[in-house]
Structures are given as C-alpha cells and as structure tokens.
Design a protein around this ligand. Structure first.
Ligand code: GLU
Length: 351
C-alpha cells in the first residue's frame, strides 16, 4: 500500500501484506477429537475446537481462526437439532465476516450431515465438513492435515458458490455426491458418480470444474422432524419390514431397492398398498448409479413401482434420499406433494 500523503521522493514503503481471512471452526466430536479413555477401553471425544486448531502446525499463518465448541459426540449420535445448531452457528459466523466455516465431526455420518446442511445452506461462502480416520495420538494421525486443508479450502476464492464441501485426505468432495466408501482407511471417501470437486496440491485446492449447478435451498423446518424409514430390499424379501415401519408410525418410506430400482413380486404388491398410506420413494442400493425410469416392465421393476404410486430417486443414494424426504416434509411439503417437490428439488440452478 502506498500512503497517498507521501511525497514522490519518499521511498516506497514495503507493501503491507493483505490481512489474513477469517475462518470459523466449530467442533462436533468424532475421531478427530478423540483421546484414549481407560474406563471406556478405547478413544472417546474429548478435544474441543480450540485444542484441535492449536494442534495444527502453520494454521495461524493461513487464516485468523475463530473457534467454537458445539458438541463432543460420536457422529452416530448427532441429531437433527445438533445440525440445525451447527447451521445457525455457520450462518452467524459468515454474517460476522468469516470467509468460510469449517465443522469438524466424526466421519461415520459425515456424508449424511454434509448433505443435510447443504439442503439448507444459502450462502456462497463455503461450509466445509472434515474429520479424521485416525485419532490424534495415533501414528500418522490425519486430523491436523485435514483441518489445515479444510481451512485452506474454506478461504480459497474458488471454493465459493459450491455449497457444503467435504475435505478429507487432500480431496474436496461435494456434499451431493460424497459417500463413505471405507470403514477404516485414511482414504475413506469417494464421489463415485459426480466425481470429486478438487484435490489440494501444495496446500491449494485445484478445482476440476466451475461451480456446480445446485438445487435451491429448502426453507427452514416449520414442524417436528418426521420419522422417515429407510429399508433395504434384500434377496427373498417380500417387504414385510417396510410394511412394519409404516404400521409403526413412520410418515414416509424410502426403499433401497435392488439394481436400478427393483424389488420382488411380493414386495411390489406391498408397495402398491403402502403408497396409499405414505409416500414411498425408491432409491438404488447399488454403490453408484441412478434408478431407471423407462427400461424394465416386469412386476417389481421401476416402471411397475412408479405405476403403483412410488417415486424414483434418480441419482440420490438411499441415505441422502431419506434426508431429502425428511427435510422436505419438515419444511412444510405435504405428503401428497412430495413427488412434485422431489422433482422440483432436482431442477438445478446456478447460484
Ligand atoms: N470413524 C469415525 C470417525 O472417523 C468414528 C467416530 C465417529 O464417527 O464419530 O470419526
């Protein structure tokens, strides 16, 4: 910066480095925060966001870090209210001037939490979710590297407008496509259909494509979160468990169906009776790929199930389909309008 009051003969001041961006980091628990407990016989969540941030070499040179400890939970025990609290925290931090926000949590449910947050995230600022596969005391712990990469991604201009991103193992994934593909390996996440968003090279995210088209964000929930059942159709299955879920009070049913959206003859008949009681959505239980819509015509096929009143989830995985259905119902969609709401959600826009 050249001071305008300087005379032309004054030697130029050395340029003042641009101030560091602010990145807000909040912790929810997970392996990244876990230390050994003799009483529990294994690691349990203990470290908070400040302790996590302090353990990362070089973090203070990348951004001004503002830390908040929201929860200390294993990620299987995170609930909708915890995530809505995290969303509110993230929105406040962006309003207060953060360039981006980072949530640390367990990896077991990370593909679900990132997707749920993404359904409601309106800001172009990046919301990054990260975690670790190895606890902090383990040789080769990956938490510090993941947190550093997440913060670098959060304050990189190319990360804007991409919604919620997952950063693990120097790879950036879209919430829409990411899935946990390995239970214990450091390379635990994949984006099988849409592909990864970016890889970090020498600390900088390199995006492979421009900002992706995204669905319109949903309005905030206006009612209690509904119970939406997710059942997997398996060999020799006639859908009895799916019917029990509906009889047990679930408001909607997602079936992780075989192949491109297929079930047995008996299961199809049951779906035909269930669709008059609750919305039924068919997703594919395969690790990747979409449901079909106009290929197979036998009893139990995607054409048959649609004729019986079921909706087809397309590319969305069963886990994410359940969350989308839950969020749509929670934010005021009537059960009878769910098919249209699912179709509208799939209409992507540039934001
Ligand atoms: N593998 C999980 C993790 O990486 C276990 C615990 C959890 O999900 O909270 O954090």
């Amino acid at each position: 910066m050249i001071d305008s009051s300087s005379t032309p003969t004054t030697p130029a001041m050395p340029s003042i480095p641009a101030s560091l961006p602010t990145v807000a980091v909040a912790s929810l628990g997970g392996t990244i925060s876990m230390t050994p407990s003799e009483a529990a016989g294994g690691v349990v969540p203990t470290l908070d966001a400040t302790q996590l941030a302090r353990s990362v070499p070089g973090l203070a040179e990348v951004a001004v870090i503002r830390t908040t400890s929201l929860r200390q939970l294993p990620s299987a025990s995170l609930g909708y209210d915890d995530l809505m609290a995290a969303l509110a925290w993230a929105e406040q931090e962006v309003e207060a001037g953060a360039s981006g926000v980072v949530l640390t949590q367990g990896t077991d449910t990370l593909e679900e939490t990132a997707f749920l947050l993404d359904l409601f995230w309106k800001s172009p600022a990046p919301l990054i979710v990260t975690g670790a596969m190895r606890a902090p005391q383990a040789a080769g712990a990956d938490g510090p590297a993941n947190l550093l990469a997440a913060v670098r991604t959060a304050c990189h201009p190319d990360s804007a407008g991409r919604g919620v991103l997952v950063v693990m193992n120097d790879t950036v994934h879209y919430a829409r496509w990411v899935s946990k593909s390995d239970a214990l390996a450091v390379q635990a996440f994949a984006s099988l259909d849409g592909g990864v968003a970016a890889r970090l090279v020498e600390g900088r995210p390199t995006y492979f494509h421009g900002a992706a088209m995204r669905a319109q964000p949903l309005p905030r929930p206006v009612r209690a979160w509904p119970k939406v059942a997710l059942v997997t159709a398996v060999l020799g299955d006639d859908g009895e468990l799916a019917e029990m879920a509906v009889t047990g009070g679930y408001e909607a049913l997602v079936v992780a169906a075989q192949g491109a959206g297929h079930v047995s003859f008996g299961y199809a008949q049951r779906i035909g009776t269930l669709t008059s009681r609750v919305p039924v959505v068919i997703a594919s239980r395969a690790a990747s790929g979409s449901t079909a819509s106009q290929t197979y015509g036998y009893v139990g096929s995607e054409i048959d199930l649609a004729r019986r009143g079921a909706h087809l989830s397309g590319w969305l995985s069963p886990l994410k389909t359940r969350l989308l259905v839950t969020a749509l119902l929670a934010s005021g969609t009537a059960a009878g309008d769910l098919g249209e709401a699912l179709a509208n959600w799939s209409k992507l826009t540039r934001r």
